[in-house]
Design a protein around this ligand. Structure first.
Ligand SMILES: *[C@@H]1O[C@H](CO)[C@@H](O)[C@H](O)[C@H]1NC(C)=O
Ligand SMILES: *[C@@H]1O[C@H](CO)[C@@H](O)[C@H](O)[C@H]1NC(C)=O
Ligand SMILES: *[C@@H]1O[C@H](CO)[C@@H](O)[C@H](O)[C@H]1NC(C)=O
Ligand SMILES: [Zn+2]
Length: 641
């Protein structure tokens, strides 16, 4: 096991191996989806509001029903769908703004077309904005003709078939015998339904909470704008409430979970590095759907599949039973007064740590620190890699001050991140609120698991390899901070908020005057400690980062993983390089792995730009040296450049 500190080395700590049990139901892993329309609907805001038809309004500008009729006519004109092929699903006048909001759905033979909706916003009898996703009228006509030829169908049997198809999609089996047992009866109206629907009862097994489901005939607009006949089937389960549209052939065309849990956090968002750089915001549902398909929170409080965040004032080894903010129906919104001591805002601090650590989980997942490569998760949804190792993240841990650390045992065992309070200022400051510190720590986990494979945590232990572990943390946390206002002339320092000044000797800078670090520094007696070595490595990588950004531009959102952009490419090359390089790499080995990753990813488009950056800091092609051997610099780029 490795313990990696932000600044100094502390004593070792024991690895906790408590197992987490997780229950899995049949519907786990099934995700809601909808057809994405090829012709994307447009929301139009009218600079000059458009008057509704006065004859339809009849002067009743305040009456939502009258506005609804006139709004349908308005949408009829903008969409080419006659108003007989739509219905108003709701219309109301907002008490504070006075705007009347009208919502409509397209219909075929009186049945709703899912995915074909419209909304019209009306102020004082005039449309201020509107949008529709209606299918082309030709598709509607086609569906109407097909409907006429389907009159004789046995509706009860068709509804049962649709239910069985949905059950299959959700991973439940509902056989012919089960279906025969179920009864179907027509019911006249139900909330959210258009006209007659069928109630299916006596469903066996755990598909439906009370053994019942409802079904009605409907249509769905598919991606190509076709209108496809379907059954809308609605079934409630303990943790889901599915609303599905199932085609005659059993294909589920659209699936919504009405029970969808939502999470929100009041935090310094990922693009705000610390309280120095902006304000907190309530961020809704930040989980990346690929990396965290079930969200970040398991059951209310700040723990979940990737991170368990809690306080630990005693600094002891307990964590499972420690205090965590419970949230309020998924809302983690806690007071934070920076004028007070950190302990007064422990819940805000835990929320921030939980948020930032989960951002690191999701972002690194997107760039390939996934289940197979040994990431930190309690449950590995893909079945690859070892489970049971979400990060233990202690906010304001009492075991230290003015530092932070991260302990990384091999895959399958829990890592532990301890964040400390910083005492240079009054009131004291909390490292949990500074993203570059949390990101540096989490990056130790990434580099340790990726170098030498997930099962070996001994590959970045000391000397140059250990120093690079520090350097990667600094440069990854800097990549996360980049925004469009920064240029290669921007310098970055770490720990500025918590410590009040840089925790490193030099700022990261592309100026040799501001930061003179080169490969040769490694031969100096005052560059033996891992954080000193790490500064040199991070500075070299900082040059490479700007070489790539200057050549390829900057992606606004790293989660898009747009590898044509310099910052995203750099992050990808760092993680790919970690996977390629040997255990206990030298600077030269790590550089070669990064260069190979680039050739593989782009065919070598950036090799010369990257060589120039490496060579600027003495790491041209014929540079050499490693732990215990003198380092020789090379300031030249290869001939082909
Ligand atoms: C970019 O980051 C700086 C801090 O380095 C911050 O002050 C600024 O507000 C950020 N700009 C944008 C557009 O996010
Ligand atoms: C992956 O996680 C699942 C639980 O989701 C577990 O059953 C399985 O054993 C794990 N795989 C490995 C190799 O540990
Ligand atoms: C990168 O490596 C993969 C797997 O070996 C290979 O299929 C691919 O062609 C390589 N790409 C380039 C550009 O070399
Ligand atoms: Zn560190």
């Amino acid at each position: 096991m490795r313990i990696t500190n932000l600044v100094f080395v502390l004593a070792t700590a024991a690895v906790s191996t408590l197992a987490i049990s997780s229950s899995t139901g049949a519907s786990d892993g099934v995700k809601p989806f909808r057809p994405l329309l090829k012709s994307k609907p447009k929301f139009t805001v009218y600079k000059e509001p458009v008057a509704l038809d006065g004859n339809l309004l009849k002067g009743k500008m305040e009456d939502p029903a009258a506005v609804g009729i006139a709004a349908a006519e308005f949408i009829s004109q903008t969409s080419g769908t006659p108003s007989s092929n739509m219905r108003v699903t709701s219309a109301y006048t907002d008490a504070s703004s006075g705007v009347t909001h009208v919502y409509l759905v397209q219909t075929v033979a009186g049945k709703d077309v899912a995915n074909s909706v419209a909304n019209v916003n009306v102020a004082k009898g005039k449309v201020i904005s509107s949008s529709h996703s209606f299918a082309p009228i030709a598709s509607v006509h086609k569906a109407e003709q097909a409907a006429a030829s389907m009159q004789g169908e046995d509706k009860q049997e068709a509804a049962k078939r649709a239910l069985a198809a949905l059950a299959k999609h959700l991973g439940h089996s509902l056989g012919a015998a089960d279906l025969a047992q179920a009864s179907v009866s027509p019911v006249d109206s139900i909330h959210g339904s258009n006209g007659q629907y069928l109630l299916i009862e006596g469903i066996t097994g755990d598909l439906a909470l009370d053994g019942s489901a409802v079904a009605e005939q409907a249509y769905v607009q598919d991606a190509q704008g076709r209108v496809v006949p379907a059954w809308r089937v609605n079934v409630e389960q303990t943790d889901h409430w599915w609303n599905a549209h199932v085609a005659a052939d059993g294909t589920v065309l659209k699936l919504t979970d009405w029970y969808a849990r939502s999470e929100s956090y009041r935090v310094y968002p990922a693009n705000v590095n610390s309280p120095d750089d902006g304000a907190r915001k309530l961020v809704a549902d930040p989980a990346n759907t690929k990396a965290s398909p079930k969200g970040w929170v398991t059951e209310g409080a700040t723990y979940g599949n990737n991170v368990w965040a809690q306080s630990n004032p005693t600094g002891g080894g307990t964590w499972k039973t420690n205090h965590r903010p419970a949230g309020n129906h998924g809302v983690f919104d806690y007071a934070l007064d920076l004028g007070q001591q950190p302990k007064t805002y422990i819940d805000a601090a835990i929320t921030q740590l939980f948020y930032t650590a989960n951002i690191l989980h999701d972002l690194s997942f997107v760039y390939g620190f996934d289940e197979a490569s040994g990431n930190f998760q309690d449950v590995n949804y893909s079945g690859q890699g070892l489970a049971g190792d979400a990060v233990i993240a202690n906010a304001q841990d009492g075991s230290g001050t003015n530092n932070a650390n991260f302990a990384t045992p091999p895959d399958g065992q829990r890592p532990r991140m301890r964040m400390y309070v910083w005492t240079q200022t009054s009131p004291q400051r909390d490292g949990d609120l500074e993203q570059d510190i949390v990101a540096h720590e989490y990056s130790h986990g990434i580099s340790t698991r990726l170098t030498g494979g997930p099962a070996d945590s001994d590959c970045l232990g000391s000397g140059e390899p250990g120093g690079m572990g520090e350097g990667w943390g600094d440069v990854i946390s800097t990549i996360l901070r980049l925004n469009a206002t920064h240029t290669h002339a921007t310098d970055f320092i770490l720990g500025k908020y918590a410590y009040g000044k840089s925790i490193r000797r030099y700022p990261y800078s592309t100026s040799l005057r501001t930061n003179p670090s080169t490969l040769k520094f490694l031969d100096r007696p005052d560059y033996r400690e891992v954080h000193d070595i790490g500064e040199v490595w991070a500075e070299i990588l900082y040059e490479v980062l700007w070489a790539l950004v200057d050549k390829n531009g900057l992606a606004e959102d790293l989660f898009d993983r747009d590898l044509t952009k310099g910052n995203a490419l750099m992050l990808q090359l760092l993680l790919d390089g970690m996977k390629l390089q040997p255990c206990n790499p030298s600077f030269i080995d790590a550089r070669d792995a990064i260069m190979q990753a680039e050739r593989n990813l782009t065919g070598g488009k950036n090799q010369c730009a990257m060589w120039a950056a490496f060579a600027k800091r003495g790491m041209g092609p014929s540079a050499s040296g490693s732990d215990g051997y003198t380092h020789t610099e090379d300031y030249w780029v290869p001939d082909e450049c």
